[in-house]
Design a protein around this ligand. Structure first.
Ligand SMILES: Nc1ncnc2c1ncn2[C@@H]1O[C@H](COP(=O)(O)OP(=O)(O)OP(=O)(O)O)[C@@H](O)[C@H]1O
Ligand SMILES: [Mg+2]
Length: 223
């Protein structure tokens, strides 16, 4: 299949002068459409940084990121960047990022509602699929960490993205739930979704089509 994502010579240096910190040094990555890719690496190695760059939430120091053939590092207009993100990408943040003043159902449907699309029935279906449909009326503060994490996954899928960027989406889940999410992501990839998932769980590699490991600023394909 064609590559949905291609990264060339990607370098990210935080800060300036003496204080700078190089996190990514000429990273290269190619992901074909409809694959489930796992990103491993020690804490602080730059995994979230890489996801943020791909999701256009931050800008690289140098290098190129081609998403569906287009170099998104060259997109200057913030409104175009956010429109592309909204249309094509789903983001599960390392910390769930649910809005505390809205119910689970509203959290999942909200990105669509803000742009005039009533996606409440799709949102409810996704919550059902992740085993939290019966508590969709509850507020995030009244839920467990794992329930919130599953809601964050449902929210990221609600806009039917072509690329799902998931940053440790299973950190708060028990072993059985974790495995279920890995299986779900592998199944979604078979239906055409591309998934890039950060995890500390090496077991996830068993479900993945490809595995990359980030270590000492270098990104290496390890499966
Ligand atoms: N905005 C920032 N400004 C300066 N340094 C940063 C910034 N964000 C992250 N860093 C540093 O960059 C390095 C990589 O951080 P990053 O969050 O990408 O790591 P990570 O691999 O996601 O770690 P973890 O597994 O703990 O989530 C860390 O040393 C971190 O302190
Ligand atoms: Mg991180």
């Amino acid at each position: 299949m064609a590559d949905i994502l291609e990264i060339k010579n990607l370098t990210k240096i935080y800060g300036q002068g003496q204080e700078n910190l190089c996190v990514l040094d000429n990273a290269e990555l190619k992901i074909s459409a409809g694959s489930f890719v796992v990103l491993l690496g020690p804490s602080g190695s730059g995994k979230s940084t890489l996801l943020n760059l791909i999701g256009m939430l931050d800008k690289p120091t140098s290098g190129e990121i081609f998403f569906e053939g287009k170099d998104i590092t060259k997109m200057k207009s913030e409104s175009k960047r956010s429109a592309l993100r909204r249309k094509k990408m789903g983001f599960v943040f390392q910390f769930d990022g649910l809005l505390p003043e809205f119910s689970l159902l509203e959290n999942v449907a909200l990105p669509g509602l803000m742009h005039g699309k009533d996606e409440r029935s799709r949102a409810q279906k996704l919550l059902d699929q992740f085993g939290i449909g019966h508590i969709s009326h509850k507020m995030p503060a009244d839920l467990s960490g794992g329930e919130k994490q599953r809601a964050a996954i449902a929210r990221a899928l609600c806009n039917k993205p072509t690329l799902l960027l998931a940053d440790e989406p299973t950190g708060n889940l028990d072993a059985a739930r974790k495995e279920q999410v890995f299986q779900d992501f592998a199944a979604l990839a078979r239906e055409g979704l591309t998934v890039l998932m950060v995890t500390h769980d090496v077991h996830a590699a068993d479900y993945a089509d490809a595995v990359y490991t980030l270590h000492e600023r270098k990104l290496e394909r390890t499966k």
